[in-house]
Write a protein that binds this ligand. Sequence first.
Ligand SMILES: C[S@@+](CC[C@H](N)C(=O)[O-])C[C@H]1O[C@@H](n2cnc3c(N)ncnc32)[C@H](O)[C@@H]1O
Length: 203
Amino acid sequence: MSTQVGFWNQKYDRSSFIYGRRPNQFLLEVASEAIPAGARVLSLGEGEGRNAVWLARQGYRVTAVDFSKPALEKLERFSAELGVSVDVICSDVVDFDFSDTRWDAVVILHLHLAPEPRRMVHGRVVEALCPGGVVLLEALRPEQMEQPTSGPNSREYLYSVEELRDDFADLEHQTLRSEDRFIKAGEHRGPTSVVSLLARKER
Ligand SMILES: C[S@@+](CC[C@H](N)C(=O)[O-])C[C@H]1O[C@@H](n2cnc3c(N)ncnc32)[C@H](O)[C@@H]1O
């Protein structure tokens, strides 16, 4: 087991939800307008399911990928409790086979990859989108290292506007912004430096 998987498994080894049960605020704000009803949505680095379960409750067909088994077990209990269905795949996103399906939307919320896998996965995401499909991404910026709230403790896992502009250069950027926001997500509570992207593939 890689150190990263072990780190996340340990974090998820508790009954409470680390990031809470409410969906990410950016997702909540943009999903219904950006993603057509009933669309096929892939969520990468989904964790305990707060976003996937909310998407499934909106009527989307959701597949969630994460390399942490305990996180996905919590997701399955959570979705069963709310009576919705989410397809779950336990895999490193780097090893995930994107060639099987074309997605109407790919959601990437606080999945912090090192530069090389980040560029590779983002490239595969662009290819895996349907014409007109969207990427919805939020991540922490390097400025997060100055904030009191938690996040990766190395610059290489933090994303900048410029990096995302390059990674998704083939898409039309509907939102690409950096901001400092007060985020309340389970145990994460306080000022947070984020970058948000909503980008669409040509139809
Ligand atoms: C900060 S959490 C965010 C979870 C969720 N997206 C949310 O917003 O609540 C990062 C998640 O990404 C997963 N993850 C990190 N690196 C991964 C990788 N290479 N492949 C698959 N999952 C990964 C972790 O297991 C964890 O669940």
